[in-house]
Design a protein around this ligand. Structure first.
Ligand code: BGC
Length: 501
């Protein structure tokens, strides 16, 4: 079990600013005003977040989709067998074979990663599914050497497809909209399972999709498998989102199904869509620009301020803007062509800046020289470093508001939140800044030695979590129990059923 003892230290290292000239110092103060999220603002955001989570569960619905996933309850420990898991994230494709032995909490995993080429993210639908089917095929060939694929028994696959989907059953899902910069025609509004299964069939890959899973749901289930204090699963990576377990009786939009009110159903919040109405988030003109020029303007406004895909771009836009402002004298007299290409800086660029250990920020200097062909003065580097801190801290504090909102809504006063994703795992100080924000929101003073709600590194949700969910689903089918809407589903593993348990 993972345990994080949260260190009580200043969540970033600030060098001296005494040598920074007045106009740059004024600019730093402006940026601080623009990007800070103070405690009062956090309270406003958390309260609105709670009511938006509820609205998403209501019959009328709201901006946050709150998608029921048909993942029913936590793993029991009886899940065993060998499962395939396919993880289609924002950046990579990962194929895994996961073995769940008899002992609870144990697993073995073999995996291969494939890069998801950028052109596929904006290409056509068949190209995407064929590419993915080919990766699964190559994985099976490599892991079952000497065996003919056509002779292998059909393997159950948990497909982690981390985009908002409406699910009438666990092995189906209609894509609501692409996120994370994906823009592939003819998939939104369609069930992605048959689209992918057709491609698998075309390539003769002996695989059956038994569950379509969001990465956050996988994270929730995988973390709960090894740590039974887990109540929420989060991803802070290229995108940002959370899942938690809700009781059917608290989901008015499922009322017509007459489910047992105590039935636990994992909800994929899709909280990236929080505040699409632009009412409470402290958006800047840079956030507005990112949204306006994105493939889906007006969507995922919370995600666009918090997720890894956007952090480097926010930073780049600010620097270009400051350079264009003659009063600021930033990179004066230089051609900043290296900074002009959209989305050319990713979150790891900011991580490197924040990780520079030297007082005179020599590493920032060489990063700017090597990557952007821009030379910097020491005061400029201090501004650059402060800007990175501000953007990273804003992301951490806003994400804490989402975590706090779920805990408040559910009345959790102490629990673990399993979290995964590149920003959570790799961005310097993100975890401490997020923990600090939770302390402020819940008003935990220094007398509280261990934070009651802790966001801790999760188990592998898209691998182990997907396998567990596949196992849970097949166990239920064996027992003749199924859940889902009473509709005719072609090729569904879960037969149409009366909507009852
Ligand atoms: C997607 C979510 C996903 C999150 C993290 C968001 O863009 O809409 O489904 O969980 O990214 O990967």
């Amino acid at each position: 079990m993972h345990h994080l003892s949260v260190a009580r230290r200043t969540p970033s290292r600030r060098g001296s600013m005494h040598d920074v000239p007045k106009e740059l110092m004024d600019t730093i103060h402006e940026l601080e005003k623009l990007f800070s999220v103070d405690i009062n603002k956090m309270h406003v955001i958390v309260n609105r977040f709670v009511s938006e989570l509820e609205k998403g569960l209501s019959k009328e619905g709201g901006s946050i989709p709150m998608n029921p996933t048909w993942v029913i309850g936590y793993p029991t420990g009886d899940e065993c067998g060998t499962y395939l898991a396919l993880d289609m994230g924002g950046t990579n494709l990962r194929v895994c074979e996961v073995e769940l032995p008899e002992e609870k909490g144990q697993f073995e995993i073999y995996q291969s990663k494939y890069r998801l080429p950028d052109e596929i993210k904006v290409g056509d639908s068949d190209q995407l599914w064929d590419y993915m089917a080919e990766c699964v095929k190559q994985f099976l060939i490599a892991n079952h050497e000497g065996q003919d694929l056509s002779e292998l028994p059909e393997m159950p696959l948990g497909f982690t497809f981390s985009y908002p989907c409406t699910q009438n059953a666990i092995d189906h899902g209609i894509l609501q909209r692409w996120t994370k910069g994906f823009d592939i025609d003819n998939v939104e509004g369609r069930d992605v399972v048959p689209l992918f299964e057709d491609a698998l069939q075309r390539k003769g890959v002996p695989v059956k999709i038994v569950a379509l899973i969001n990465d956050t749901t996988g994270t929730l289930i995988a973390s709960a498998y090894t740590d039974d204090t887990t109540r929420v699963g989060c991803i802070f990576g290229t995108g940002c989102n959370a899942a938690y377990m809700e009781e059917a009786g608290c989901i008015p939009k499922l009322e017509h199904m007459k489910l047992d009110p105590k039935l636990p159903i994992a909800i994929n919040c899709e909280w990236g869509a929080f505040d699409n109405e632009k009412l409470v988030l402290p958006r800047t003109t840079y956030d507005a620009h990112i949204d306006k020029t994105s493939p889906r303007p007006g969507q995922q406004l919370f995600e666009k301020m918090v997720a890894g895909l956007y952090l480097g771009e926010i930073f780049r836009l600010v620097l270009v803007d400051l350079h264009n402002n003659a009063d600021v004298h930033l990179f004066q007299g230089q051609d900043i062509f290296g900074l002009k290409l959209e989305f050319s800086l990713d979150a790891s660029f900011l991580s490197d800046i924040e990780n520079d250990p030297w007082e005179n920020l020599m590493e920032v200097q060489s990063i700017f020289e090597n990557k952007l062909k821009i030379s910097t003065t020491e005061p400029e580097r201090k501004l650059i470093r402060r800007l990175a801190e501000l953007i990273g801290t804003r992301a951490a504090r806003l994400s804490a508001c989402g975590v706090a909102a779920i805990c408040k809504k559910k009345g959790y006063t102490s629990c673990h939140v399993g979290a995964d994703g590149s920003v959570f795992n790799k961005y310097p100080h993100f975890q401490e800044r997020q923990a600090q924000a939770l302390r402020e929101i819940f008003n935990w003073g220094p007398e509280i030695k261990n934070d009651p709600i802790q966001v801790v590194p999760a188990e592998d949700g898209s691998g182990v979590g997907a396998a567990l969910i596949a196992a849970l689903t097949l166990n239920r089918i064996k027992q003749g129990i199924h859940a889902g809407v009473n509709v005719k589903r072609k090729n569904s593993l879960i037969p149409p059923t009366h909507p009852c348990w």
